[in-house]
Design a protein around this ligand. Sequence first.
Ligand SMILES: [Fe+2]
Length: 405
Amino acid sequence: MIDYFSVKIKGDKKNSDFFFEYLDEIYKFRKENKIDFNIKNIHHFVVQTKSEFIVPLICEWLMQSPYNYEFSFIHESKRHHVLRFNDQSPDILIQENLSPEEDYIFFQNSLNPKSKVNPNIKFIGEVFEVTDLKKLDEVLTNTQKIKFQNPLPDKFYDDYIHWTNPSIYTHNCIGYKQRPNAQRTYLMDQEWNFDDESKARFKLSKDMFNNLSLNKYVLPIDHFATRIYSHDRELAILEYLTLTNYWFWGAYNIGDQNSSTNVCRNLQGDPESISPAKVFTANNTPAFLSYLDGLPCPTENFVQLYGRRLHHFALGVTDGFIGDESKNYRNVDYVVDQLKNSHMQFLDHVIGSCQEGLKQIFSKKSLHSLLITEYIQRCNEFDGFFTKENVAALTKAAGDDDLIT
Ligand SMILES: [Fe+2]
């Protein structure tokens, strides 16, 4: 277990005294109430899209990532499709809402000009495994005043997911579940199957990934990054640390893009991808002041256009190079070239270098999930998520794209 108090926080983004005061208090409370032992790691992520986008979205994940399609099921008013890398890394559940009634996602998306075009598409949140759901609920509900979508039933089925209300800072929810089996299982009303044509498309997509040898290089989710308003930054982080066993790793100021990148990590798993880092990105000053600062504000432009939401998932790429080392053709360069040849579109080129520690790139936003995929290769065990120069270039490229698409 990490001793949070002895960890030196990284980065140069300034935080208020308020932030540090409550950070310490939150860590102390977690320790005293054994929350850090009760909450374990992320079990799965949930992404919702509309029914006609389900097959193309699964194909995208199969072709661009090492995840495999496992099975589908219906539970209450939702149909879920399970993508899996292995038994340790979190699954990705692609979800469709079968109810004719509009859900809260619809209303969140209705608030912003680009999200309201596709009001059923949004990252919902991440579900954590816990040892004792009843005990956690007692502390979160009674002491910490966290609001859940439903009260925890006195008797709940195995695999029941206890969802918080959407955060007012991030619009994401956090789910908790006890894991009754060694295998990753889900509470379902019935199994559901795709038709043969869809299954053939899945096979073609996965074959393409494997035939290009991308299975040798692309790793599961490395981190996931959510975008929020500047005034919510510290509160969103403190809220996340209240709801999870993550700790605040550090924050970097990306001054010329009027932005900062703030990282929370779990670090209880080996590899860390068992519970990937969560990143929060926010403007430094609100957009309405940018005319005074003379700075661009791609981060807040995104939030104004699409609402508070998850911006990207990053997939790791194994460290190494292809061919003669002097040619400096790294694994991530190979991965991106192969995907470009398969018509995947990227923003800009691969940014950074192994001398600086890592290389990374953003894809264009998927029309089917509104999410960007990042590919990140850390060189020589670099322990970071970005360099300031890389993030500035990535932020700018994504911001330029938001203005056109
Ligand atoms: Fe990232």
